[in-house]
Ligand binder design. Structure first.
Ligand SMILES: Nc1ncnc2c1ncn2[C@@H]1O[C@H](COP(=O)(O)OP(=O)(O)OP(=O)(O)O)[C@@H](O)[C@H]1O
Ligand SMILES: [Mg+2]
Length: 271
């Protein structure tokens, strides 16, 4: 098992020994395979497609995509872990597996507590107003109406949605993609999570919002949860995470302190 290194070379924060803390996520030789049906021969004409749909018996032409290959690591309470790697390297797939949304082909992933996956596609309703979505999102995360009411103002303030007018009472479809992403993040961040999985949620926010989000991620981590952050922005990772997992073609290439892994990754992508 690829245990992470214990030495910290990060002088902005004191080194914290986390080995004694309870594990929250354990991946043990985890393999994830997607199966894509109906690919290959006979594409093109509508009759060919119809024949394919009508054909009896087991589907032919199954294509397998081996997206995560034998990944092992242990995450503990209080850790904030960055996930990096080039496009298609398996980061989103790994988060979905941790969230329990994809079955393991081989190996296992154990998650302690309730994982929450916060993605760019999180289920908010475009035709509902921001207000309604705050309620909906809060309830979906298991908060009571009472709790949502208590935190409502905090969520709206954090999102900054109303900075440019009363947008929170307008439908989500009138928001820019950055505004929508901010509201999603704000809703998710209002709750303390056992395991919070964030997939590129900060990517569309502006600089000020990114800074606020990064601060909140550090808080969530201090509230004893575990945060996983997927990002192509190395600065976000540097400011938020004390440990980084680097995936390449589904394989865990490196697992260690943020500075070391980012350095190796930068050498790799520039080389
Ligand atoms: N639903 C799916 N069905 C089939 N293959 C998929 C599916 N989702 C992802 N894949 C494949 O799995 C591999 C890993 O994809 P994944 O989305 O996990 O990458 P990623 O690291 O998140 O990339 P990015 O940085 O672009 O978000 C890729 O080869 C991709 O084509
Ligand atoms: Mg992805």
């Amino acid at each position: 098992m690829a245990e992470h290194m214990t030495e910290h070379h990060d002088d902005r924060r004191p080194a914290v020994a986390t080995e004694h803390r309870a594990p929250t996520v354990i991946a043990d030789d985890l393999h994830i395979v997607y199966r894509v049906y109906g690919t290959g021969a006979g594409k093109g004409s509508a009759t060919a497609a119809l024949n394919r749909i009508m054909r009896r018996g087991p589907a032919t032409n199954v294509r397998e995509v081996h997206a995560v290959k034998g990944v092992s690591f242990t995450a503990r309470k209080g850790e904030s872990i960055g996930l990096i790697g080039s496009n298609g390297s398996g980061k989103s797939t790994l988060l979905q597996a941790i969230a329990g949304l994809l079955p393991a082909e081989r190996g296992k992933v154990y998650t302690h507590g309730q994982p929450s996956l916060l993605g760019v596609n999180a289920a908010l309703m475009n035709d509902l107003t921001g207000e309604k979505n705050v309620l909906l999102g809060g309830l979906a995360m298991g908060m009571s109406r009472e709790q949502v009411r208590d935190r409502y103002d905090g969520i709206v303030d954090f999102s900054g949605i109303n900075e440019k007018g009363d947008f929170i009472s307008l439908p989500m479809r009138t928001y820019s993609s950055g505004m929508a992403a901010r509201l999603r993040f704000s809703i998710a961040a209002a709750k303390d999570h056992d395991v919070l999985l964030i997939d590129e949620a900060l990517a569309t926010g502006d600089r000020a919002f990114q800074k606020r989000s990064e601060a909140r991620i550090r808080e969530l981590r201090e509230e004893a949860g575990t945060v996983f952050l997927v990002s192509h922005n190395n600065n976000s990772i540097r400011d938020t995470c004390d440990r980084v997992l680097w995936l390449e073609r589904g394989v865990l290439r490196m697992d260690g302190p943020t500075d070391e892994v980012l350095q190796a990754y930068e050498d790799f992508t520039q080389g």
